[in-house]
Structure formats: C-alpha cells, structure tokens
Design a protein around this ligand. Structure first.
Ligand code: NAD
Length: 498
C-alpha cells in the first residue's frame, strides 16, 4: 500500500518531518498486510528541537493560571468523546485489542482529562500555624519544566493521558515519545490537544525507537522529569540514564499479578475474573492475571470451569464485535509467548491451548490460543517471569496465609486480588498483600483514574500515577513562610511567651 499516509512529528506547534528523512511502518497485527501509516524515525536532533520548543513554551505555560490550563484539558476530553469511536477502531487496527477494550482505553483518557481538568481548581497545598506570632506558612506546588513521557503500546492512549494530563495541569510542558507499535493513537491524542488549544510547544510528539529518541530524551539536561511506563528491563536502563542529572523519574514497570481463590469463593465469579484478567487484552496488561492461586479444596471445580470458558473464547480480528481476544501486538511478542509455553510444558501440566494459530483467518496475524497451565510450582519460571501474553499459571494452595505468601513471592508487586465470602479473610489479604493495587472479589484489572496506580518491588520506584498522586510526580513542593511581625523572628530560638 504505497499511498498509506505519512504522519509527522509535532514540534513547537508545527507538524514536521524528522531530520533523518526516514520513517517506519505501522501495521495491523491481526493482518500484517494492512499498512496503517508511516511514522517518523526520529533521532537525537529531533529530540533536541522538541526539548527546546518545550523549554521555550514552559516560560509562558507555567504562568497560565491552573484553572485555565484545566479548561483546555476539559476541551481535550470533549474532543476525545467526539472522536472515540473512530480512534478506538484505529487503535484496534494498530495494536489488536478488541474494540470494546480500545473504547475503554479512550474512555480512560477522557476520564483522566476531566479529572485533571478539575485539579486545575484544586492542587491543594496546606496552610499550617507557625510557632512564631505574626507569621504565615503554606506549601504550594510548583511545576518542574520539560517532562519526557515514554510509553508502551498496550494502552496507547490511556497511559499517555495518565502522564500528559497531570504534567500539563501542573504547568509543565511535554515531549512525548510513544511506543513504535502504537504511534497512531499517540498522534490522535496530540491532535486532540492541538484542536483543544494547547499552545504551541506545550505538547510535542517525537516518534521513533527507544535508543534513537527515548535515550537522548533521558540524557537531555533540559528535561526535568521523566515518566516511563514499560518493561522492568528497559526501566532499569532509563533509571540509569536519568541518574547522572538527578532527574525525577516515575517508573511504572512489569507485573506478575495473582488472583487468589479461597475455598469459600463463588467459583463462577472467580472464573469470570480469571478469564477477564488472564485473557483480556490477550494477556498484555501490566495488571494481567498471570497467576491464579487456588485453594486445593475447590481446585477441580475451578479448573473445569476455567478451562471450558477459555477454550470457548472467540479469537480473531478485534474489529469483529463477536471476537473476545485479539492477536499479540507483534511477532516478537508471539515468539516470547511461544518460548514460555515451551518452558511451561516442562514445568507444569498444560491444561489447554499451548499453540500459535497460523492458518485460515489467522494466517497473517500474531494469534495464540488462550493457554492454561495447572499444577504450577510457585517458583517455576512461568510463575515468576512476566510473559505478557494469554498464558495463565494455576498454582495450588492450602490456606489463605500460604496464598498470600505465594502472592508476594515475586520480584514484582503491581496488582493482586482475592475471591472469598469471608470479610475477615478479605481484610487480612488486603493488609498483607504487598502490591500497589488490590481487589476483593474482582479480577486483578480494572483500575479507575482517581486512585493511585502503580506497584511495589521491581514494578515501580515509589511513585504513583493517577489520582492526586500523579501531581506529586509532576510538581515540586515549595514551603513558603511569610513574616508580618516587622522584626527578625527566629524559629526554634525565640522564646515565645504570652
Ligand atoms: P518496553 O520497555 O519495551 O518499551 C516501553 C517504551 O520505552 C517504548 O516507548 C520504547 O520505545 C521505550 N524504550 C525502549 N528502550 C529505551 C531506552 N533505552 N531508553 C528510553 N526508552 C526506551 O515495553 P513495552 O513492550 O512497550 O510494554 C510492555 C511492558 O510495559 C510490560 O513489561 C508491562 O508490564 C509494562 N507496563 C507497565 C505498566 C504499569 O503501569 N506498571 C502499564 C503498562 C505496561
């Protein structure tokens, strides 16, 4: 398809070609014959220009009253509402997840735009009494400057919005480098910003590889804050690149999330949860349920029902409304899944699935069967490493305490859940699960934008996205003391008596 559209970078309010004059292709993983467009294969010179544009725009943007910045974000949300259906279809075409889920992805960006628009009129600090008379004290948030946003492909609009909206409402400017499998959704989000009236240079888009664009961004002295979502492996490299200049870095990385199913659980509900958590987005969610820890007393019933439901899932092109699971995003991801399935066959009992789908309607895509392993040892490779595909490991347990211990026993710590009817057990699990997100009688997926999102251990570095926690990523606290006594007062030294 030689006439596929060529998309450009957005720098300083202009749509421009990369200095490299090179592009890369965006193809449909459900049918790779479908070429969606060509995107700029940018390099460090493009990054430099984008950072300069963002630094220049920051001088004015930081002084725009936050409620006015919020109003622009509100308009972004309205544009996303208007374009939701078209852009959801494009998202399904570029990364494969089913239409219902891509609509949800854009809805999340809408929710975040509206939520952060409201923060334009909040961004609360504190006032607190001074220990000295005639002295006033408060803390206020101040913006930081140019923010670099580096995002993965699995939530092509939601995740960029988790970063962009709080960055903007706090008064920062942005250079956004999306994943190369999903540049079209990134382009659409930036288009929405342009149409909403985000001033020139405040949002900049530079497409290209991690090495060509991501790394130079991390190394730029003018970038003050980096918000990265991706794999733990790349996150480590990003952290190291940020360290010499002491950039604030917000790292959101991998997961190996577990759903615990107790012997008093409603099994049908737990099966629904495991199905949605394990195979939704073809298992390519950071919060995907890749482990299910099931009490031995209910193991047989759970496995019979879970396997029956997994086998019945309809796989195909996500634009087809009856399809329940789409392809993997790319060949590498399919190969990774196949590699882990081979490992799993040696480590555990393959219950269903286990093969790629290559014939008929699947011939030109990266499809794989929903796959369940049973009798998995909690320390097996498939129970410890992030697979990021439609593969679920079911691990037997004897008690709640053992389930929680298994739940916590990975290098990750993003999300977990418990199915039980016993409120005492639910609260014990809530307290003892060492994950940033926890669900009761629900799957490990389903976060909403107004609570903090992120994880412990190698999933994160202590920051959180979403909710007001996101403001802490994109602002610095300033403590302000105003002395109206008309004399020099000394804290901790003056003896104040009345
Ligand atoms: P990835 O780490 O391969 O890439 C993420 C981004 O980093 C991409 O834009 C990529 O181009 C860029 N990048 C690659 N090398 C770089 C470098 N050296 N310097 C700077 N940038 C670089 O991840 P992915 O395959 O796009 O996404 C899947 C991973 O993301 C999974 O591990 C998943 O768990 C994780 N994820 C985490 C969350 C979360 O919130 N915790 C959410 C979604 C996805």
């Amino acid at each position: 398809m030689p006439d596929a559209k060529v998309y450009r970078n957005f720098i300083g309010g202009e749509w421009v070609e990369s200095v490299t004059r090179k592009t890369f292709e965006n193809r449909n993983p459900a049918d790779t014959r479908e070429l969606l467009g060509h995107f700029q294969a940018s390099n460090e010179e493009d990054v430099k220009r984008a950072v300069e544009a963002a630094a220049e725009a920051y001088k004015r943007w930081r002084l725009v009253p936050a409620p006015k910045r919020g109003e622009i974000l509100y308009r972004v949300g309205q544009i996303l509402v208007k374009s939701k259906e078209d852009w959801a279809r494009q998202m399904t075409q570029e990364m494969g997840k089913i239409l219902k889920e891509t609509r949800g992805d854009i809805q999340e960006a809408i929710d975040m735009s509206y939520y952060m628009a409201g923060e334009g009129r909040r961004q609360f600090g504190v006032t607190t009494p001074s220990e000295l008379p005639n002295k006033f004290m408060m803390s206020v948030r101040m913006p930081m400057g140019v923010s670099a946003l580096i995002t993965p492909w699995n939530f092509p609009m939601a995740i960029p919005s988790w970063k962009m909206m709080p960055a903007l409402v706090c008064g920062n400017t942005v250079v956004f480098k999306p994943a190369s499998y999903t540049p079209l959704s990134a382009y659409n989000l930036v288009k929405a910003c342009e149409e909403a009236g985000v001033p020139k240079g405040v949002v900049n888009l530079v497409t290209g590889s991690g090495r060509g664009v991501g790394l130079p961004l991390m190394k730029s002295d003018a970038v003050k804050v980096v918000s990265f979502t991706g794999s733990t492996e790349v996150g480590r490299a990003v952290s190291e690149a940020c360290a010499p200049t002491f950039k604030r870095s917000n790292m959101e990385m991998g997961g190996k999330n577990a759903q615990m199913v107790m012997d008093d659980a409603r099994i049908d509900l737990a099966v629904e949860g495991a199905l949605w958590g394990g195979f939704g987005t073809t298992g390519q969610r950071c919060t995907a349920t890749s482990r299910v820890i099931v009490h031995k007393k209910v193991m047989k019933e759970f496995l019979d029902k879970f396997m029956a439901r997994a086998k019945a899932l309809k796989i195909g092109n996500g634009l087809n409304p009856s399809v329940e699971m789409g392809p993997l995003v790319c060949e590498d991801q399919l190969n990774t899944v196949m590699k882990y399935v081979e490992i799993g066959k040696k480590e555990a009992k393959l219950l269903c699935g286990g093969s790629p789908l290559k014939s008929g309607d699947f011939a030109h895509g990266y499809f794989h069967e929903p796959t369940i392993f049973a009798e998995v040892d909690p320390h097996a490779t498939i129970a410890q490493e992030e697979i990021f595909g439609p593969v679920v490991s079911v691990i037997p347990c004897d008690s709640l305490e053992q389930a929680i211990q298994m739940n916590n026993d990975t290098i990750y710590g993003l999300s977990s859940s418990i199915y039980t009817q016993d409120v005492n057990r639910a609260f014990q699990a809530m307290r003892d699960a060492y994950t940033g997100i926890f669900y009761v009688n629900s799957s490990t997926i389903g976060a909403e934008v107004h609570l903090p999102f992120g994880g412990t251990n190698h999933t994160g570095n202590g920051h959180r996205e979403s909710g007001t926690a996101a403001l802490d990523v994109f602002s610095e606290w300033k403590a302000i003391y105003v002395d109206f006594s008309g004399k020099l007062q000394k804290a901790q030294i003056d003896d104040v008596t009345w």
